[in-house]
Design a protein around this ligand. Structure first.
Ligand code: HEM
Length: 237
């Protein structure tokens, strides 16, 4: 856990081997960057710094903002599969998410802002099966899902490991459609949709949905904060 690149460690019982890491990919690209850096500048740039910079650069390529990444992270040497489930899975309530973020020095504004990264990428259907078939054990779908979107998801999600876009309208563009989707009841994860309906987070969703510049500038600020969570910097850490 934390920004120490321990997710890259690939041994029996490591975080990367956990079920929760099922859809993570791009590991080879990070390995290639590391090899190149070791050639040109040996034992200087950590994998944690590479991952943090790559997240920033990928954001730019998708149309998002630039931010300055402070460097100097050390790589963690411990990676435990059982810790992978500490990361929110998409079925938490807002109080739980606020608490989780707060424990890491991130506030409610960071929560709504960073959730905006779901403007790109995909999720396994596993994360939404309950929402579309058996919400909270009711045997019915989540009523906060648009009926059209529900039909689409049922069609696309035949198996747990099928994939669906997190942003159904512009899945490859970094924009504020993620937030406008929530207003139209087409948020993919239950946690996404709840950000809109909860009185504590709803006003931020509304602000981002209507003021794209507000979102992109706050995203840069919140990503710097996220990149500094549980960072290792001391010599023998
Ligand atoms: C607020 C709490 C969050 C929850 C509950 C959450 C939940 C999830 C879930 C369930 C998935 C899909 C996993 C799967 O089934 O394959 C996902 C994907 C993703 N999440 Fe989050 N997430 C959260 C915060 C974040 C943050 C802070 C970021 C980055 C700043 C982020 C970036 C992403 C991206 C980019 C994907 C797509 C990955 C891909 O295409 O493979 N999420 N998230």
């Amino acid at each position: 856990m934390g920004c120490d690149a321990s997710i890259l460690l690939n041994h029996l019982g490591s975080e990367r081997k956990a079920f929760e890491s099922r859809s993570l990919r791009g590991f080879q690209l990070i390995d290639e960057i590391k090899v190149e850096l070791e050639k040109r500048c040996p034992r200087t740039v950590s994998c944690a710094d590479i991952l943090t910079a790559a997240a920033r650069d990928a954001t730019i390529l998708a149309g998002g903002p630039f931010w300055e990444v402070p460097f100097g992270r050390k790589d963690g040497k411990i990676s435990l599969a059982k810790e992978a489930n500490l990361v929110p899975q998409g079925h938490e309530n807002i109080t739980g998410l606020i608490g989780f973020f707060q424990e890491r020095g991130l506030d409610m504004l960071d929560l709504v802002t960073l959730s905006g990264s779901h403007t790109i990428g995909r999720s396994t259907c596993y994360s939404v099966m309950n929402r579309i078939y058996n919400f909270n054990g009711t045997g019915k779908p989540d009523p906060s899902l648009s009926i059209y979107y529900l039909k689409m998801l049922r069609k696309r999600c035949k198996k747990d490991l099928d994939l669906v876009h997190l942003d159904v309208i512009t899945p490859r563009t970094f924009d504020t459609t993620y937030y406008t989707n929530l207003k139209r009841k087409v948020g993919l994860l239950s946690t996404d949709q709840l950000l809109f309906s909860d009185v504590r987070t709803g006003p931020f969703v509304e602000a981002f949905a209507t003021q794209p510049f507000l979102f992109t500038s706050q995203f840069a600020v919140s990503m710097v904060k996220l990149g500094n969570v549980q960072v290792l910097t001391r010599p023998n850490e």
